[in-house]
Design a protein around this ligand. Structure first.
Ligand SMILES: [Zn+2]
Length: 426
């Protein structure tokens, strides 16, 4: 059966969201922009927060963003339902002195951010995106159109390429972006022009590459959706879409927490291991007049659904998966389970998650690793450890995780959003 109009529209909106979010900074800004359009009030961390029950709020910290609905009946002991996700994705990141080149080619000096599948970054048109900090201390977002490419060596020049393609992480990962003499070129000027600022004013930058190709639905009955950065923008998009629709009369505070730097361990001021979420929760609770005892009682009544992509079974590599528990694209979000607590899910969380999926009318699947294949991790265990909030790890199943263009099930994207909506409104 072809995808419904609602499922198609949701996937199209996700493609818009990913295109507007080529860096974590852009993703945080796009979340805030969408929420402001929906009536949320932007708050600055440096200023006082005049929180009013019935109000809706969003605060950005670098590439992270937290937003919440303060229900009309919120009080000092009101629990919080946090939907967590991350804004960053594996990428190539500009080094200092990024304008390089040789043999008549202009190239970009890059580091490797996170754990990309490097071969998937070959032969794609790439954008540059991130933030520039100027000599007056202000920060501006900058994103170019398609500008760079990492060209693969022709098969004629390496007849064994199909047997052992392995890229040297320094010498074979520097993209080309033009022709000419590097001494008279300036890659940062391309970003300055895109941002409408003077290149001479740039004093610092955090700039990554992103696949320039828009996300798209394809396959029999439109079952597939391919895009860059589905890890984890699919979860961020589900969370912001659900939060916009969250009612103002819930018994808890619906909250979206999007962290940066998950792909490099989360231990930063805008990462899940940093204090951003606990800072925001404390300020919300103090705004509601909570004393320490009431703060802890509210946390004990709270939940975190940590959403990040997980692995679908791969038909070409069946031995990489558990032989019995085999999630597949299109059969709903996954509940992630790991005995060694690489995921925070436990029996209590599993039961709660199934309840929210039932309330949303959404099918859910389970994920557990093959014992011989190491398991990844995500923000869930970090959040649970830092705040003591009951936490459950979920996500959508995908293939090609950490590829420049990942593969999801179209229906799962909408299903995750509906489950997030049930979590917020339960
Ligand atoms: Zn992820």
């Amino acid at each position: 059966m072809p995808a419904s109009a609602a499922v198609r529209a949701h996937a199209d909106d996700l493609a818009d969201f990913v295109a507007a979010s080529p860096s974590s900074f852009h993703a945080a800004a796009e979340v805030a922009r969408r929420l402001e359009v929906a009536g949320f009030t932007s708050l600055a961390e440096e200023e006082g927060w005049p929180l009013v029950p019935g109000g809706r709020y969003v605060v950005v910290r670098d590439g992270a963003v937290i937003a919440w609905v303060l229900p009309r009946g919120a009080g000092a002991r009101t629990g919080i339902h946090v939907f967590g996700a991350h804004s960053d994705s594996p990428a190539l990141k500009l080094k200092p002195k990024p304008t390089t080149g040789r043999l008549g080619w202009l190239q970009a000096g890059v580091e490797i951010y996170g754990g990309p599948l490097l071969n998937s970054w070959l032969d794609r048109e790439l954008r540059l995106a991130g933030r520039l900090v100027l000599d007056d201390g202000s920060a501006v977002l900058a994103a170019t159109g398609p500008l760079l490419r990492l060209p693969q060596l022709a098969i004629h020049l390496d007849r064994e390429a199909n047997d052992h393609l392995a890229l040297n992480k320094q010498t074979q990962t520097q993209p080309v972006w033009g022709l000419g003499d590097a001494a008279s070129a300036d890659l940062l000027a391309e970003l300055a022009a895109a941002a409408g600022v003077d290149a001479g004013c740039i004093r610092g930058y955090d700039i990554v590459t992103a696949d320039a190709t828009r996300g798209a639905v394809f396959g029999k009955d439109d079952v597939f959706f391919a895009s860059g950065r589905l890890d984890d923008l699919a979860s961020v998009h589900a969370g912001v879409t659900a939060l916009v629709a969250a009612p103002s009369d819930t018994a808890h505070i619906p909250m979206l927490a999007v962290f940066d730097h998950e792909e490099v361990g989360s231990a930063t001021r805008s990462g899940a291991a940093g204090p951003f979420l606990s800072d925001v929760i404390e300020r919300v609770q103090r705004g509601l007049g909570a004393d320490r005892d009431e703060q802890l009682r509210a946390l004990a009544a709270s939940w975190c659904v940590s959403s990040d992509v997980g692995h679908s079974v791969h038909p070409n590599y069946p031995d990489k998966h558990d032989p019995v528990v085999q999630p597949v694209l299109g059969s709903g979000p996954i509940l992630k389970i790991n005995a060694n607590q690489r995921y925070a899910t436990d029996a209590v969380g599993a039961a709660a998650w199934h309840g929210w999926c039932d309330a949303a009318g959404v099918l859910s699947q389970e994920f557990v690793s093959n014992n011989a294949v190491p398991c990844g991790s995500t923000i869930g265990p970090i959040t649970a450890t830092r705040l003591g909030i009951r936490t459950v790890d979920v996500g959508i199943p995908i293939l090609s995780m950490h590829s420049a263009r990942e593969l999801a099930g179209t229906a799962d994207l909408f299903a995750l959003t509906r489950a997030a909506g049930a979590f917020f409104s339960s």
